[in-house]
Design a binder for this molecule. Structure first.
Ligand SMILES: NC(=O)C1=CN([C@@H]2O[C@H](COP(=O)(O)OP(=O)(O)OC[C@H]3O[C@@H](n4cnc5c(N)ncnc54)[C@H](O)[C@@H]3O)[C@@H](O)[C@H]2O)C=CC1
Ligand SMILES: O=C([O-])CC(=O)C(=O)O
Length: 308
């Protein structure tokens, strides 16, 4: 199993590290445009192999896509991150050009690859890859919901005073400060609905804290987060590589599901060796449907800025 990660910055390196530590891939290629940067990150990570006990071979390369040839999975993290006070959508001007060039170079050398898009604004970047590469929809996956759901569980556990392992929940919709749809109605603590334990007001607070999870960290760090994003990507890569058939909310091209068409947005999917093996449609409440609709309008507005 060969995995390429483009962008050896904060998220790309964290993602490569988690993939290696989980020890399921034979090879990870880190590629960056900055001379020597990916080589340095790869060497540093390889020097953790004996300490962390993994056999994955990590190599770094400066912008030479021949090194990525025949990758089973390619992750795109190249592009700029936001600074405090910015939205993800403001990154489109620079990141769209980067994602378009990178995805085309990757596919040239790995025509059968599955692509995971991380660069922001992620739903629109996923749509861009869909529109410009011609890859089948099950091989284009946007990572956002897996991270947002992890943050949702963190906030739920905080509100409940419970360990995170007691909690389950999912966030669908757009990966943006206003577009996320945390499904508080369905969240559970050991299969008991969290509404049994938390007031509506507290649940609304959890929902709002979850939606601004990325902005909160950006304000604290001065740039956006990387540990949980890297871990979330590694979870998707592992589900595909190990054919786990796990369910994650991912940005996926919808063709009628959730009443939406011609848009990439977060919905639950089953991930296996073929990429997206199924889009799972769950029954939403009227309020959730309205929130999903509103979320899709936000994503479409950003998609409208693409020069397609
Ligand atoms: N979808 C999600 O849930 C998340 C998305 N992100 C997004 O991921 C992206 C990366 O974030 P960070 O790693 O924190 O940024 P970073 O600045 O640490 O790393 C980005 C790397 O991309 C490289 N790069 C730029 N243009 C390139 C090109 N054409 N080819 C190859 N490499 C190129 C840069 O040299 C840099 O090393 C940002 O757009 C950020 O908003 C970040 C966290 C979560
Ligand atoms: O907040 C950001 O800009 C990066 C990101 O998507 C996240 O951490 O959720």
């Amino acid at each position: 199993m060969k995995v390429t990660v483009v962008g050896a910055g904060a998220v790309g390196a964290s993602c490569a590290e988690y993939i290696a530590i989980k020890n399921f891939a034979s090879e990870v290629v880190l590629l960056d445009i900055k001379e020597g940067f990916a080589e340095g990150k790869a060497m540093d990570l390889m020097q953790t192999a004996s300490l962390n006990g993994f056999d994955t071979k990590i190599t770094g390369i400066t912008n030479d896509y021949s090194a990525t040839a025949n990758s089973d999975i390619c992750v795109i993290t190249s592009g700029i991150p936001r600074k405090p006070g910015m939205t993800r959508e403001e990154l489109i001007g620079i990141n769209a050009g980067i994602v378009k060039t990178v995805s085309s170079s990757l596919i040239e050398h790995s025509p059968n690859t599955i692509i995971i898009v991380v660069s922001n604004p992620m739903d629109t970047m996923t749509y861009l890859v869909h529109k410009t590469t011609g890859l089948p929809k099950h091989r284009i996956i946007g990572m956002g919901g897996a991270l947002d759901s992890a943050r949702f569980k963190y906030r739920l556990a905080e509100a409940l005073g419970a360990p995170i392992s007691d909690v389950d929940g999912m966030v669908i919709g757009g990966h943006s400060d206003t577009g996320m749809v945390p499904l508080t109605r369905l969240a559970t603590r050991n299969s008991v609905l969290v509404s049994e334990f938390l007031s509506e007001d507290r649940l609304n607070q959890v929902k709002e804290d979850t939606k601004v999870g990325g902005a909160t960290l950006t304000k604290l760090l001065g740039t956006s987060a990387w540990y949980a994003p890297g871990a979330a990507v590694s979870g998707l890569v592992q589900a595909i590589a190990c054919n786990q058939k796990k369910m994650f909310p991912c940005s996926v091209l919808l063709e009628g599901e959730y009443g939406l068409n011609d848009i990439c947005i977060g919905a639950p999917v089953i991930l296996g060796r073929n990429g997206i093996e199924k889009i799972v449609e769950i029954e939403l409440s009227d309020a959730e449907k309205a929130h999903m609709q509103e979320s899709s309008e936000g994503v479409r507005k950003t998609n409208g800025l693409l020069a397609l």
